[in-house]
Write a protein that binds this ligand. Structure first.
Ligand SMILES: [Zn+2]
Length: 188
């Protein structure tokens, strides 16, 4: 008898309310890049206890601690999407943050918007940034390291210009690592 191999899935969790019309296109992209099923969960309210009064940003690690319990058991990864600025120790801000231990990641839409940088409205650019950051953070939570090719999605971007130089996919080497990390466990 043929053994069934469970299909891996990842879940997207909207944090707080924002324009969710960005999600169908992001979902398609993540399905293609990670070769997994992608489900979108109902949104949760903003975790107010993750707000940092000193930096006036939300603490990315505290957000991960909060959303960890929302990850469906069958999902290998949970990606939170938040429309508020995120802080991370040692940095002025972060586009996102991922934890292999918690198997959770979060990205902020705030600094991916053209308007934040005084740029002209350009939805395609915004969506491209969302795809790139989401792919990068999920890669990080799966255990991929930073890549030294500045066009690979796993390159560490130190600003929006570096994000825009990257493509929204893995280079050949990173993709091999991704495949190994997502190797399905045969059913028993
Ligand atoms: Zn790479």
């Amino acid at each position: 008898m043929k053994r069934t191999v469970p299909i891996q899935s990842l879940a997207i969790l909207p944090i707080g309310k924002f324009d969710e019309s960005i999600l169908p296109q992001l979902t398609q992209h993540l399905k293609k890049v990670f070769q997994v099923e992608v489900e979108t969960l109902p949104y949760i309210p903003r975790p107010l206890d993750a707000y940092d009064q000193e930096t006036l940003q939300y603490s990315a690690p505290r957000i991960l601690e909060r959303i960890e319990t929302e990850r469906p058991e069958k999902s290998v990864a949970l990606l939170g999407i938040f429309d508020q600025d995120l802080s991370l120790e040692g940095l002025h801000y972060t586009f996102g943050h991922g934890s292999p231990r918690l198997r959770c990641a979060v990205i902020s839409l705030t600094r991916l918007k053209e308007i934040f940088w005084g740029e002209e409205e350009n939805r395609e650019l915004f969506l491209n940034r969302v795809r790139t950051e989401a792919t990068h953070e999920i890669g990080q939570l799966l255990g991929l390291s930073y890549c030294n090719k500045n066009t690979c999605v796993m390159y560490f971007s130190n600003g929006i210009a570096e994000t825009d130089r990257k493509i929204d996919e893995f280079c050949a080497e990173c993709d091999q690592i991704r495949q190994a990390l997502l190797q399905p466990v045969p059913g028993r």
